[in-house]
Design a protein around this ligand. Structure first.
Ligand code: PLP
Ligand code: COI
Length: 354
C-alpha cells in the first residue's frame, strides 16, 4: 500500500508487549500500544493520528451515549511464517462500514482512509501479531457521535478510531445452541444488517437467558413468526444438508458476513452445491431428525468456523455428528486458515499485504 494520508504518529515511551502472555489471550482484553483516531467536523474528516492506547474524555452529553449513533467493524491481520503480514479482505469491511454509517445517519469514510488507517496501525503493531495457530491481531474500527447535545438529531461531529488486540480462538469448543423463538435480534425495516452497537446490546438479555439454560449461542429467527433462521450470535449460520451448503439470504435483518462470503466462494469453487435462500426452522429440524443435517456452523471473523454439536428447538435437543469427523468442515476450516496464514496460494486475492 502507498501512504497518502498525513498521519501524525506519537509513539509510546515503553511498549507493554513483554508483559503479555500470548498463550493465554482472552478475546478483546489485551490492547496493543497504539490506536488510530480521526475527527469529523464541518463536513470533513481530519486530524489523523496514531497515539498511545489509553482513555479518552468526552462530554457526558455526548449523543452516541444517549441515542446510540455508533457502530463498529471487526477484521483480522495474520503473520505468515516468512514474516509477511496480511489483513483478510479489508475492502469488504470498508464497504460494510459505510453501509452501517449510512443506516445510522452518520458520515461515510473514504475507503482509502479506512484501509490506510488500518494498514498503518497494523504495520506499527506488527510485533504484537501472535504466531500461535488460530491466533491473529483483531482489528476494531469504530465510529461514534460526539456532539454534546441532548436533542434527538444526527450529530454534527464524530470520531473514528481503530483499536488492535492480539487474540486466540474465540470459541474453545463445539457449540450447544438453541433456536430462539421468543426474542428477536432484528426486524424487517430495521438495522440488523448494520454493525451498530444497539444490535449487540439488545441481544445480551436473551443471550444471557440462553446461557443460564446451558446454551452457548442463540440461533436468531425472523421477528414476525420465528419460522425462519437468520444468524447465530455474532456469526452467520450455515448448514450442510445432504451434501448441499445452505445458508439464509442476507436481508435487512442479517449481517452480510465477510466469512460467510468467503465460505460460499470456496464451496462453489470446490463444486459443492450452494443455496442462499430463506431457511425454515422446520426444514432444519426435519433434516436433523432424519440424519441429513451433517454439519452446522457459525461463520464470522472472531468466531472463525464455529461448529455446532447440538441444536435445541421447542425444548427438544437434536445432536449433530461430531464435526471433527466431517470432511467438509475440517477442509473448510483448514483452507481458510491456510489462506490467511499464507500457507497456500491466495487465489481469490483476499489478503492485503501490509
Ligand atoms: N453476524 C453478526 C451479527 C456479527 O456480529 C458477525 C461478526 O462480525 C457476523 C455475522 C460475521 O461477519 P464477518 O464474517 O464479517 O465477521
Ligand atoms: C467479529 O467477528 O468481528 C464480531 O464482530 C464479533 C464480535 C462482536 C465479538
Amino acid at each position: 500500500m502507498t501512504d497518502t494520508l498525513d498521519i501524525k504518529i506519537t509513539k509510546v515511551n515503553q511498549s507493554k508487549l513483554s508483559t503479555v502472555n500470548f498463550d493465554n489471550l482472552q478475546f478483546g482484553k489485551t490492547f496493543t500500544d497504539h490506536m488510530f483516531t480521526a475527527d469529523y467536523a464541518d463536513g470533513q474528516w481530519g486530524n489523523f493520528q496514531i497515539v498511545p492506547y489509553g482513555d479518552i474524555t468526552f462530554s457526558p452529553a455526548m449523543s452516541s451515549l444517549h441515542y446510540g449513533q455508533t457502530f463498529f467493524e471487526g477484521l483480522k491481520a495474520f503473520k505468515h511464517e516468512n514474516g509477511t503480514v496480511s489483513i483478510f479482505r479489508p475492502d469488504k469491511n470498508a464497504e460494510r462500514f459505510n453501509q452501517s454509517a449510512e443506516r445510522m445517519c452518520m458520515p461515510t469514510l473514504p475507503v482509502e482512509l479506512f484501509l490506510e488507517s488500518i494498514a498503518t496501525l497494523v504495520n506499527l503493531e506488527k510485533s504484537w501479531i501472535p504466531n500461535q495457530e488460530n491466533s491473529a491481531l483483531y482489528i476494531r474500527p469504530f465510529m461514534f457521535a460526539t456532539d454534546p447535545f441532548l436533542g434527538v438529531a444526527p450529530s454534527q461531529t464524530y470520531k473514528y478510531m481503530v483499536l488492535t488486540c492480539p487474540v486466540g480462538a474465540y470459541f474453545s469448543k463445539n457449540l450447544n445452541v438453541k433456536i430462539e423463538t421468543e426474542y428477536s435480534r432484528a426486524s424487517d425495516g430495521g438495522y440488523g444488517f448494520a454493525k451498530c452497537a444497539g444490535n449487540y446490546g439488545g441481544a445480551m438479555y436473551p443471550s444471557m437467558l440462553g446461557l443460564q439454560q446451558g446454551f452457548d449461542q442463540l440461533i436468531w429467527t425472523d421477528a414476525k413468526d420465528h419460522q425462519y433462521i437468520e444468524e447465530m450470535g455474532a456469526a452467520n449460520i450455515m448448514f450442510l444438508i445432504d451434501g448441499k451448503l445452505i445458508t439464509p439470504t442476507t436481508r435487512d435483518t442479517v449481517l452480510k458476513g465477510v466469512t460467510r462470503d468467503s465460505v460460499l466462494t470456496l464451496a462453489q469453487q470446490w463444486g459443492i452445491p450452494v443455496e442462499e435462500r430463506r431457511v425454515s426452522v422446520s426444514e432444519i429440524i426435519e433434516a436433523a431428525k432424519n440424519g441429513k443435517l451433517t454439519d452446522a456452523f457459525g461463520a464470522g471473523t472472531a468466531a472463525g468456523v464455529a461448529s455446532v454439536i447440538a441444536i435445541t428447538y421447542s425444548h427438544q435437543k437434536y445432536d449433530l455428528p461430531n464435526p471433527e469427523n466431517s470432511e467438509f468442515t475440517q477442509k473448510l476450516s483448514k483452507t481458510l486458515l491456510d489462506i490467511k496464514y499464507g500457507r497456500i496460494a491466495d487465489k481469490n486475492g483476499w489478503n492485503l499485504v501490509v
